[in-house]
Design a protein around this ligand. Structure first.
Ligand code: ADP
Ligand code: ZN
Ligand code: ZN
Length: 662
């Protein structure tokens, strides 16, 4: 009897056994349709077996093989098995994360690899002559071919990292290999796709991200798997795409938190990419102006090669960064006089300015001056944000919306006032202060329509916009030669966060956004409005010395035994009923302590989550830490099983390995 073990997308860690009909040969890695209960499902054969524990009366036949999709190769199955073990998730779920939704449908029309042959443009766009630093970086990457090497490309903003990636990719394609180019969010940098297609007119480029249509995504997947695609340009999910002939991985902005998926398979695409390169024996390039402390530490310890680009490719200088003391220069409508004057000078000189406010909406909260009522979400422990344009109060956590009240819901008074400043309000106050300036706002609200962001960015490029106001969407990757001033508002709150990564994130965000200024011939200036002008973090940003910041931050991490000097796991739990999540976690902590008695695993006490209530669920978390990855990996499956046995169905829980937000 031939038995196939089939991984299915179910919350169970075992594969399911099915009989293979006698006349059939079904390879490991093949997609199959199997009966399941009264329905059918698509699964993947992960092993063959000669016998099974399933009693003959219960054993069912594989219904058919999915034959328009070639089997998943051994190297990829091995990667998925690694992810399952490392992230403590069922293999079937990992595979389901890797497979486009269309390919998981039982009945669908047949799919062919996306026709990627048609060249986008005929003539390759010109490549600039490399700077000596870029040349050296490309040489180092090309010298790494033939084995696993992780190269951390630490290049300041504007140093021309993209050019280095493109040359390394060109070399990979010339060797006949495929290249995987990962970026945090494709939608934010529409120019990148144009750049890649323009540079490689004869190469077959496919995109892989979650905003593609289902058919397109499945077609891209097949093109990658079959080896037809030369370049896969994608977001984190692309790291799991099968690539028959992968020869190079590039992870741009490797520090970016969006490489970490925050639900389901909570994987870090950067970490999985490194593991994948290691498994295949190929080079991987991790690039950033502000590398994650994990990667920097790996480079310092010699596990990664460090390659540095210390000057801007165009010869431009880094911008001059200063703080504006808002205790002395009190902001009016969110804007200090020094910043308004600086923006006005740019508008007059026909240069451009960018104002960075990391809050969308008009104001973070609506407040009653008579009774101190303020707008809060009934389902979350969060304020409702005032969106004046649409006349709504909105919760940015659960999506709840309601009309802005005309009178105070608590006392009936009419003295309601917005407190604080979001992008909409800053846009309005800027327009009032500079009536002739052409101002555009970029945030999730203003760019919800497809193509909207691309449109705004084109207008900036064409010089039709003087001032951009926006959220972190503007911090990434954009390159505007006439942009000479960056203003930063409302950054102070991040100085006092409880998360041990908060200062790393703020530093990187500020350096990235500052890096938008002065990329052309004109020098750039950055003004940070703050009540704490003497804060060391702002001094570090002003000094633009990443290495000094990183060395000091790593010393602090070591003293506190936080990553990369330890490994963390967070058990997250939530429940509708008050107290249940905490109760569950106290039990979980007891079982962890029992299991970890002699292992090098430290179990903290449960605490409420930062956002304690979300969408009606009360949330809490329990941190587990170990200096040893091996000890943790030995402990986790046993703990997970103990948790699974507890009949706490009203509590939803999940393990988050290497959590980004603690
Ligand atoms: P980074 O990603 O490192 O911040 P970019 O890749 O965006 O930097 O490059 C910054 C600017 O420098 C871009 O306008 C790019 O076209 C330009 N550039 C890159 N390499 C060169 C080069 N060798 N010569 C001239 N300009 C270059
Ligand atoms: Zn009131
Ligand atoms: Zn809410």
């Amino acid at each position: 009897m031939k038995i196939a073990r089939v991984a299915l997308d179910l919350p169970l860690h075992e594969a399911f056994d099915f009989r293979v009909p006698d006349h059939e040969e079904i390879a490991v890695g093949a997609l199959v349709v199997v009966p399941f209960g009264r329905s059918r499902r698509v699964g993947v054969v992960v092993a063959h077996a000669r016998r099974t524990e399933v009693p003959p009366s219960k054993l069912r036949d594989i219904e058919r093989r999915v034959d328009d999709v070639p089997p998943i190769a051994a190297a990829e199955l091995e990667l998925y098995e690694f992810c399952a073990r490392y992230y403590q998730r069922p293999l079937g779920e990992v595979i389901a994360t890797a497979l486009p939704p269309r390919l998981r449908q039982v009945s669908r029309r047949s799919i062919r690899a996306q026709p990627v042959g048609a060249p986008h443009t005929r003539v390759a766009s010109a490549e600039p002559a490399l700077t000596p630093e870029q040349r050296a970086a490309v040489d180092r990457i090309n010298a790494a071919v033939g084995g696993f090497h992780a190269i951390l490309l630490h290049g300041i903003t504007g140093s021309g990292k993209t050019e280095v990636y493109l040359r390394a990719i060109a070399a990979a394609i010339a060797r006949g290999a495929q290249a995987l180019f990962l970026v945090p969010e494709i939608g934010l940098t529409p120019q990148l796709e144009d750049l890649v297609r323009g540079r490689f007119p004869d190469a077959r480029v496919v995109l892989a991200h979650s905003h593609l249509g289902e058919g397109e995504r499945a077609g891209a997947w097949l093109a990658a798997q079959s080896g037809q695609a030369d370049i896969v340009l994608g977001t984190r999910l692309a790291v799991l795409m099968p690539l028959r002939n992968l020869g190079l991985i590039v992870v741009d902005e490797e520090h970016d938190p969006s490489y970490k998926q925050q639900e389901g398979l909570r994987y870090s695409a950067r970490d999985v990419a490194v593991r994948r390169a290691q498994g295949l024996g190929i080079p991987i390039v991790l690039g950033s102006a502000t590398p994650s402390l994990e990667s920097f530490s790996n480079a310092r310890d010699g596990r990664y090669q460090l390659v540095t680009l210390a000057s801007r490719a165009t010869g431009a200088q880094l911008p001059n960064v200063r703080t504006v003391d808002t205790r002395a220069d009190r902001p009016r409508e969110g804007l200090a006089a020094a910043l308004v004057a600086a923006i006005a000078r740019r508008v007059e000189a026909r240069e451009q300015a960018l104002v960075f406010v990391n809050r969308r909406g008009f104001a973070p909260v609506l407040y009653c001056r008579s009774c101190a009522w303020h707008s809060t979400c009934k389902r979350c422990s969060a304020n409702l944000v005032l969106h004046l344009r649409s006349g709504e109060l909105r919760c940015h956590h659960c999506g709840h919306r309601e009309r802005v009240p005309n009178t105070c819901p608590s006392c009936g008074g009419i003295d309601l006032a917005p407190i604080g400043h979001g992008t909409q309000r800053i846009e309005e106050s800027l327009q009032a202060a500079l009536p002739n300036a052409r101002i555009a706002r970029v945030d999730r609200d203003s760019t919800a329509r497809k193509g909207a962001l691309r449109g705004v960015l084109q207008r900036v490029r064409a010089g039709e916009i003087d001032v951009l106001v926006g959220t972190q969407m503007l911090a990434k990757g954009h390159d505007y030669p006439s942009l000479t001033l960056v203003g930063v508002l409302e950054a102070d709150s991040a100085l006092f966060s409880v998360d041990f990564r908060a200062s790393e994130r703020l530093f990187s965000q500020l350096v990235q956004v500052a890096g938008r200024a002065g990329r052309g011939d004109l020098p750039g200036e950055v003004l940070i409005q703050t009540d704490f002008p003497g804060h060391p973090l702002y001094a570090a940003v002003a000094a633009q010395d990443y290495t000094a910041f990183a060395v000091e931050a790593l010393d602090e991490r070591r003293a506190a035994s936080f990553p990369p000097f330890s490994h963390l796991v967070l058990l997250r739990a939530e429940s509708k009923a008050t107290g249940e999540a905490g109760e569950f976690l106290r039990g979980a902590a007891r079982s962890a302590r029992a299991l970890a008695r002699d292992a090098k695993v430290e179990v903290f006490d449960p605490v409420p989550a930062v956002l304690e209530r979300k969408a009606g669920f009360e949330r809490a978390q329990l941190l587990v830490r170990s200096p040893s990855r091996a000890a943790l990996l030995a402990f986790l499956p046993r703990w997970r099983e103990a948790l699974g046995r507890r009949e706490e169905r009203r509590v939803r829980w999940a393990l988050d390995i290497d959590p980004q937000e603690v």
